[in-house]
Unconditional design. Structure first.
Length: 135
């Protein structure tokens, strides 16, 4: 398979539909026609993530907890103390999950996180979540 981009940035070849594939067309080569491998950075989105979360009933509670996290309190301790999810007893640990296993808003936030990163407040039909990606 060969994919070329012309100077009008229109593909003249075929890009396969690969689930989880993100194409970044921001890096360009100086010639008129280029091989896609010289132009496009391909990043694989993770197929699965390992996360913990804290589930709260109100946005007010979630904001207060975010302040405590930002002051350096431990995520797992706050999850045990405050989360209304059964995972609270494990420090909020949800284990590893794949795409399609969580509600869309939660999934989008979880898969966007880098390892060790904590999300902003995420609202779902279950309440307000603060998510931390472990792996």
């Amino acid at each position: 398979m060969c994919l070329f981009w012309n100077k009008r940035t229109r593909p003249t070849g075929f890009l396969p539909n690969i689930p989880g594939l993100v194409v970044d067309k921001t890096q360009w080569a100086p010639s008129e026609d280029y091989l896609v491998s010289d132009v496009v950075e391909l990043h694989r989105m993770p197929d699965k993530v390992h996360c913990s979360h804290i589930l709260l009933k109100s946005e007010k509670e979630a904001k207060a907890l975010m302040e405590r996290l930002n002051k350096g309190e431990k995520f797992a301790n706050l999850a045990k103390q405050s989360s209304v999810c059964p995972s609270a007893k494990r420090g909020g640990d949800l284990g590893t999950f794949t795409r399609g296993k969580m509600v869309k808003e939660f999934e989008t936030a979880a898969f966007a996180l880098q390892k060790g990163q904590t999300s902003q407040i995420v609202k779902t039909k279950f309440g307000y979540h603060i998510i931390k990606r472990l792996e």
